[in-house]
Design a protein around this ligand. Structure first.
Ligand SMILES: NC(=O)c1ccc[n+]([C@@H]2O[C@H](COP(=O)([O-])OP(=O)(O)OC[C@H]3O[C@@H](n4cnc5c(N)ncnc54)[C@H](OP(=O)(O)O)[C@@H]3O)[C@@H](O)[C@H]2O)c1
Length: 225
């Protein structure tokens, strides 16, 4: 957020459930639960507003790992919540973005979906998370094919951010090894200071945001550029 706001021309809308502490004249905080369909539909026009801009970027970042447990032991409601937040909310926001901005050819338009390495790797205990991120990759790929056919000029990326030192990683390290056989690997990454910093990851996402023409293809991994 700080890196985005460091540029005077940027206006930022930030969405999270919690009240955000950041107060800035060019920042609008929306306190919303993106796993709640009713809240999403009620607030679509605030999240994807009609403004005069030269460039507009949708970053679908909010995500949860969900309970780390094998299939057979999951609460159906948690399955719904993981897919709702990680896949369905981004799909609805992408759909609204394309509907509202698809014809604004003079405006540079980007969608950056935050995916995961787990989208391409089966990890026990993370079945719904992995599947929700695979779906994000394919939503992005198909969206890019449609953008080319419809000549909207919208660029769409699905970006794996690496393993980042955030609350999500802290939550992953509390999992039960019986449900998650690679627990020790993730504990070791933290202990050996091998997690990326959120600032480093944000600067990589900014690099993509600022120079999309340098990137070919939809699926990107910050560890590869
Ligand atoms: N950290 C990693 O190693 C890693 C690796 C691969 C991919 N990713 C992906 O990177 C993205 C960011 O993850 P992170 O590591 O920063 O996770 P995090 O530390 O848990 O942060 C998640 C963010 O999503 C928001 N959020 C969670 N539930 C929400 C809801 N129902 N409605 C609206 N906002 C919600 C949270 O704010 P509130 O709690 O206030 O709502 C918070 O800002 C996710 O898509 C994740 O899958 C992370």
């Amino acid at each position: 957020m700080e890196q985005l706001l460091a540029k005077n021309e940027n206006q930022v809308i930030g969405i999270a459930r919690s009240q955000q502490e950041l107060v800035h004249p060019r920042f609008l905080a929306l306190a919303l639960d993106l796993s709640d369909m009713g809240e999403i539909l009620k607030n679509l026009d605030k999240m994807i507003p009609e403004w005069e801009f030269e460039k507009v970027v949708l970053v679908n970042n909010a995500g949860i790992i969900g309970p780390i447990e094998h299939l057979g032991k999951l609460d159906p409601k948690s399955i719904h919540q993981v897919f709702m937040l990680n896949t369905i909310a981004p799909a609805i926001l992408m759909n609204t973005f394309v509907r509202k901005y698809g014809s604004l050819k003079e405006v540079e338009r980007l969608i950056i979906n935050i995916s995961s390495g787990a989208a391409k790797k089966a990890i026990d205990g993370w079945a719904c998370y992995s599947a929700s991120k695979s779906a994000i990759n394919m939503l992005s790929e198909a969206g890019a094919v449609e953008a080319a056919l419809d000549k909207t000029g919208i660029r769409i990326f699905s970006v794996a951010p690496g393993v980042v030192d955030t609350d999500m990683q802290a939550e992953i390290r509390t999992a039960d090894v019986k449900a998650f056989s690679t627990l020790s690997k993730f504990v070791g990454l933290k202990e050996n200071q091998q997690l990326s910093s959120p600032m480093h990851t944000a600067s990589k996402i900014m690099e993509l945001m600022d120079n999309p023409s340098r990137f070919e293809g939809v699926q990107q991994d910050v560890r590869e550029y």
